[in-house]
Design a protein around this ligand. Structure first.
Ligand code: RB5
Length: 154
């Protein structure tokens, strides 16, 4: 899986850890930040979200900030991005299975590295159930999200 990765300073150490570990199994594209210096998370949220949205389902994203909250807010302003704050195995799985999230947001100040790695792996390897038999209701709900987006995003 191609994975676009980004962080601000609050998620920098976690991003570097994930880059190294996930790089053994996935094609990782690191979009910064590149030092742990103070920087603004919307810049990196936007970069990752634009590339994920453009990939049309061929890539997923992982964004790390202090809490994962700012990154999810920023990424969800990009048309086609469905960014989910994930903080345990259940939310990492459901974000893909039910919501077809294409970006996982993690909090480097809330989630330890090993836990975050497990959550990232769960997220990257769980398929969306809306394209499987019995998952029609999840497809319908995600399509309704995209309908809202069409109305408000040019
Ligand atoms: C940076 O101090 C912090 O606000 C940021 O990493 C993030 O947690 C925002 O949601």
């Amino acid at each position: 899986m191609r994975v676009f990765l980004g962080s601000d300073h609050g998620g920098f150490a976690l991003k570097e850890f994930l880059k190294e570990k996930l790089g053994k199994k996935h094609e990782i594209k690191d979009l910064g930040c590149s030092t742990g210096e103070s920087c603004d998370y919307p810049e990196f949220g936007k970069k990752v979200a634009e590339l994920v949205a453009k990939s049309n389902g061929k890539a997923l994203g992982i964004l790390c900030c202090g809490t994962g909250i700012g990154m999810s807010l920023a990424a969800n302003k990009v048309k086609g991005a469905r960014a989910a704050l994930v903080y345990d195995d259940f939310t990492a799985k459901m974000a893909r299975l039910h919501n077809n999230a294409n970006i996982a947001c993690l909090g480097g100040r809330c989630t330890d590295n090993e836990t975050a790695l497990k959550l990232a792996e769960t997220f990257l390897t769980t398929p969306f159930s809306g394209e499987q038999k019995g998952g029609e209701r999840h497809l319908r709900r995600v399509e309704k999200i995209m309908e809202i987006e069409k109305r408000y995003f040019k």
